[in-house]
Design a protein around this ligand. Structure first.
Ligand SMILES: Nc1ncnc2c1ncn2[C@@H]1O[C@H](COP(=O)(O)OP(=O)(O)OP(=O)(O)O)[C@@H](O)[C@H]1O
Length: 320
């Protein structure tokens, strides 16, 4: 079995020194012959993954965050080449949704132990996303985060607070499931997976292979009620919040008053005022555990935080 390993050296905050050796050694024992490559700039992962598909490789293993996974998976959709995720990013939303531990050793173990499963992806105006797409506040945070020199969770939290201080909700017309609504919203998120990353659950009950997208609209509220949405997102209780409207659909159109900021899997970009989004059913093969426990508010977020804590302690122990 032949695979290409794509490493994004700047993703997350951890050093990638020795990662190539670790992955090739760990996976050669189960028959993988691995060619190591590094990204040098935005877009490289798509090019490297497309080459692997063309050369008939069985898999591409991507070591990075959601941006790197998005670029890599972009080239693999509809092909026989499977994606392996080695989570090294700041948020790692797709890995977390799929039950892949946020640890290099444990992530490699998933590739070693599991068979690829087929998941959905989605497109907005023809561009692919795998985790979440958003317009409004989350897009503004992604843009602010991209400007920062440092990456990682703390920088993300800093970007969120800075953006919140001066953010103004916008007007959107949303058409889905034969219904049309127009309203001012804090953000509109269209989700293939349940979270932005870092256990921030914007669509806690999203299923990644159901052919449907989970839409979360956060209405404009006052400072306190909007801050409570953030809290509910962290405990996985967002659907009970009075500012939230959620529904599921295979396709959705969003119209806004002007072209502007958006994000695809946390990567900021500028898109048209008219946005056509649709789900593509089970078109990507990815190494991940086949089944996961159903999402339970408080319990699932608490166990995810505990898992993160245990991994951090293990890392300290390994270093010692
Ligand atoms: N060598 C490089 N130098 C600078 N940027 C790079 C390089 N290689 C890839 N990139 C870009 O780095 C960006 C960030 O990568 P990625 O999203 O994987 O990490 P992250 O933002 O830390 O994690 P997450 O998306 O999970 O929050 C992507 O837009 C990617 O295209």
């Amino acid at each position: 079995m032949k695979a290409r390993l794509i490493i994004n050296p700047i993703s997350g905050t951890a050093s990638k020194a020795g990662l190539d050796r670790y992955v090739t050694d760990a996976l050669s024992s189960c028959g993988w012959e691995i060619e190591v490559t590094y990204t040098q700039c935005h877009g490289d992962a798509t090019r490297l993954a497309a080459e692997a598909v063309e050369m008939g490789y069985d898999a591409v293993f991507a070591a990075g965050g959601d941006g790197t996974i998005n670029e890599t998976a972009d080239a693999l959709c509809g092909s026989e080449t499977s994606l392996g995720i080695i989570p090294c990013g700041s948020g790692n939303g797709l890995a977390r949704h799929l039950g892949i531990p946020i640890d290099i050793r444990e992530g490699v173990k998933v590739i070693h132990d599991e068979m690829p499963r087929s998941i959905d992806y989605a497109t907005v105006n023809g561009r692919k996303f795998f985790c979440t797409f958003g317009v409004g506040f989350d897009a503004a945070v992604s843009a602010a985060f991209a400007e920062k020199k440092r990456r990682g969770k703390l920088t993300y939290i800093q970007s969120t607070f800075e953006t919140y201080a001066h953010y103004e909700p916008e007007l959107y017309t949303i058409t889905a499931n034969g219904r049309r609504i127009t309203e001012k919203a804090f953000l509109v998120a269209v989700c293939n997976a349940s979270q932005y990353g870092n256990n921030a659950y914007i669509a806690p009950n999203a299923t990644i292979d159901d052919g449907l997208l989970d839409v979360t609209i956060i209405h404009a509220g006052n400072t306190l009620s909007t801050a409570l949405v953030g809290f509910d997102m962290l405990i996985g209780n967002i659907e009970k919040n009075v500012l939230i409207h959620t529904f599921r659909t295979p396709a959705i159109t969003i119209e806004r008053t002007h072209d502007g900021a958006a994000h695809l899997d946390g990567e900021p970009l500028v898109l048209d005022s008219h946005l056509e989004i649709s789900c593509h059913h089970r078109k990507l093969k990815v190494f991940a555990p086949e089944s996961q426990q159903a999402f339970k508010p408080i319990i699932t977020p608490a166990s995810a935080m505990l898992a993160d804590f245990k991994l951090a302690v293990n890392k300290l122990f390994q270093k010692g």
